[in-house]
Design a protein around this ligand. Sequence first.
Ligand code: NAD
Length: 477
Amino acid sequence: MAATKKVQEDLNLHNIVDGQFDIAAAFCKLPKGLLQQIKICNNVLYVQFPVKFGNKLEIFEGWRAEHSHHRKPLKGGIRYSRMVSQDEVMALAALMTYKCAIVNVPFGGSKGGLKLRARNYNTEHLEKITRRFTAELSAKRFIGPGSNVPAPDYGTGQREMAWMADTYDALHPGELDNMACVTGKPLSQGGIQGRTEATGRGVVYALRAVFDRGEQSKAVGLSGTLKDKSVSVQGFGNVGYHTANILQQEDGARIVAIGEWDCTLYNPDGIDIAALSRHRKRTDSIKQFKGAKTLPNPSDCLEVPCDILVPAALENQITLKNARRIKARIIAEAANGPTTPGAEAVLSQRGKVVLPDIFMNAGGVTVSYFEWTKNISHMRYGRMHKRLDESFRSSILDATEQLTKGQFPDRVRSSLQKGASERDLVNSGLEETMYAAYNEIYDVFRRKKKVQAMRTASYISAIEKIATSYEELGIFP
Ligand code: NAD
């Protein structure tokens, strides 16, 4: 009997990212040395440090990779996960460099991580660990408003960013821009309206850009807008929750499945996301939610019937093992590296559109850029011109009423008169960024006939911009 041949996939994210870079680089008419410089990771910091809990000492391992210094500061999240490794952090730092270039955010790419399972520690312990890690980063100059600016990622959030900012501030007394040393902070600690949901909102704007332009959505048989489109989301954390919530609340999409680490929830008529979020807060799990059927396998969410699949948890979720069972027509990568190259080839042969992570989840770094700019200008967006804008609008409405001898209903008048708040400005800047980036990438995709994937088009767009930056710096005459 002939033995069945098993195809082994390389799941190392670093190799995957480098491989994707090489495919795109072949389309760029650039010197070999310059391409090599864009691809390599400039610095990696590895630290081991002790933290004392009572009379027990525990040693932690952490990394911060700096991929590219063609723009400064460098930017990228800090993740807390048992799976963190040097290779993973280096790969994610590279993705950050390409991501920033794609959305025209003037930063180089970085990424950091601590090898721990956050769920195993209480708040007090996590604070101690985070503060000690920040001190390590500061001592080695791997954090600072003008050098390297972390942000939340898997397993971290506003709380950790506030601890990091406070620790950095204590270590650098009197320095004016200390609060710009991290982004994703709570509002009261120099954060910005709209940052928490920015990555999810960016995913939604990117999907709207696809449906507005319509060529790719129609090519897979999806016409119109996102209204009533069925969506499955893997991961109900920051990115997954906000993507699902905004798609449901603002676009009228039907969220048919949510997958978490312990199960999948499925309801073809749609899951009430706000109710599920309340249930999760109450019980610490999505299990037992009454508004949907519980499927025991967490990865079932990837294979349920739906129009759009949003992997928003971890890397290497769509692989050669399950790619043939994916039913969605559009795969919107909200997580970093959720689809392996082998799986992407299968999906593409099957006529699916894969919208790549380096574009789809760039909303987070875009709004981080707005937060950093706010921190170094020491003023919130809209403060100088909101009232001026409102009085100008009011004059136009008065003049219109005089000319027409009519009167706007109170509700219409107050909504037309309202000046832009910080949140309005942030969302508008984010929307503009995601639409512009989609059009740039899609134009590359259409122009270069041999480019097979939106991912390759995205890398080409990034590589060309970074190359211009290096050439202008005079490094490559
Ligand atoms: P998070 O920690 O807030 O949420 C992740 C969620 O995934 C958690 O609820 C976790 O329980 C769940 N999960 C874990 N294993 C799972 C599994 N096997 N199946 C389904 N769900 C599982 O993290 P996040 O910030 O939402 O990040 C998610 C992804 O998005 C990561 O890949 C991250 O790198 C990427 N990302 C995040 C941001 C950001 O601003 N937070 C920005 C860009 C990219």
